[in-house]
Structures are given as structure tokens and as C-alpha cells.
Design a protein around this ligand. Structure first.
Ligand SMILES: [Zn+2]
Length: 75
């Protein structure tokens, strides 16, 4: 299962795009590596901005919940 490079959420393939179910990020198949690099560059650019910090915390919370949910499903 592919993971969103931005928020770590679940990604579904909806031709011709891969779409993140959590944040709505969409990209073509094969672009994942490029998108990852772009997202990282974007995050570096906005480091220090309070809105981004809030967003990041929200993402981390979501990811933690997602991981918990997946662990629960494995059992
Ligand atoms: Zn996402």
C-alpha cells in the first residue's frame, strides 16, 4: 500500500492519479519520488512558521492514529 509523502495517509489509485485519502494530494504513478522531494523542500521552506507547525502537529496526530488503527487491524 502506497503512503502519502506529505501526511503519511492512505493513497488510492484513481486513474491516472494516486490520490491521498487524508489530505487530497494527488500525483501520477511514478512521480512518488519526485513528489517526496518536493514535499521535503516545501517543508524546509516553511520551517519556523507557526501555521505550518500547527499543521505538522495535526499530521503527526493523524499519522499516530493511523498507525494505531493499522496495528489494530493486523491482530
Ligand atoms: Zn496526504
Amino acid at each position: 500500500m502506497a503512503r502519502c509523502p506529505d501526511c503519511g495517509g492512505e493513497v488510492k489509485y484513481k486513474a491516472p492519479f494516486m490520490v491521498c485519502l487524508d489530505c487530497g494530494l494527488s500525483f501520477r504513478r511514478g512521480e512518488l519520488d519526485r513528489v517526496k522531494t518536493e514535499v521535503r523542500a516545501e517543508q524546509k521552506k516553511v520551517i519556523g512558521e507557526s501555521t505550518e507547525e500547527t499543521e505538522k502537529k495535526e499530521r503527526d496526530r493523524k499519522r499516530a492514529y493511523h498507525d494505531w488503527y493499522l496495528k489494530k487491524e493486523e491482530k
